[in-house]
Design a protein around this ligand. Sequence first.
Ligand code: ZN
Ligand code: ZN
Length: 336
Amino acid sequence: MELHITLLGTAASVPTASRGTSATLIACGRQRWLVDCGEGTQRQLLRSGVGLTEIDLILLTHLHGDHYLGLPGLLKTYGLRGREHPLRIIGPTGLERLFATLNPIIGRLPFRVDLDERLPTRGEPVWEGEEGRIVPFATRHSVPSMGYAVIEDDRPGVFDVAAATGLGVTPGPEFGVLQRGGEVTTPAGRIVRPDEVLGATRMGRRVLLTGDTEPCGTTLDLADGASVLIHEATFLDADRERARETRHSTAREAAVLAREADVDLLVITHLSSRCLPRDIRDEARAIFPRTVVGRDFDRIEVPFPERGEPVVTSLRRRPEVEAPADARGTVPAFDL
Ligand SMILES: [Zn+2]
Ligand SMILES: [Zn+2]
């Protein structure tokens, strides 16, 4: 199953010349999910080369403006394009009240918007598919907030062809029966069980997005052994007091959590325009080297673990997503 993430907005609070406010697209098989929808998200989708894909689900981490102000524009555009599929929007306490305010601005739409306001109850998924689920988790911010974990089901172990033929199983459909967990009987009458020919169960891939939060135990629990942790770091550790007041994290704190959880890759996002990305990177990497500071239009491929580590590439290299020359140099975001 394909699993990749596109960062569409990596700035905290306000956009800059090179960073939009919070938005992340997750492609999981044929599903497309948007986590947060900051101002200008629809244009970021276009600039990324992904296009105005039909989002199946929008997951809001909390209801601060830099995480939802792109919704009215995106929904209206879907309406103009004649979207018919209902759109489900999940968010924390206050979601219905927010839409009571936004509805007169959005106006009539040709598709249904299903609001799903909820408290993150431990382990209860907000979406379930054949190969995985999305589980929300409580985070600690200045308003009701939650993160989301995309959790792929564990996969059966590697099928040992030599062991199977050695036990007398005839190559063919019976291999498939064993791979799916069934027993087979060989021509010689021996019953072969799947555990005789399958390796250890392989842990499914796991991607976490925290949204705005202080470091917290719920993130740590779910991040244990995750493939990718996308964690905010609005401040450097020198501003830790300010991080506590506003209930955000520092780069150091995100890195300490990533180290404790032993994730494959930490992606830092929600950068304040007051911090240099390279300072955020250096502070985090001193504690957890497998850190990247996310940039708009970065794509993170998450392969099956046996096929390698997560890989970050930039869609920015495509000519149509290059920032215009006059936008460069104003914000130190191109230097990582
Ligand atoms: Zn924010
Ligand atoms: Zn916030």
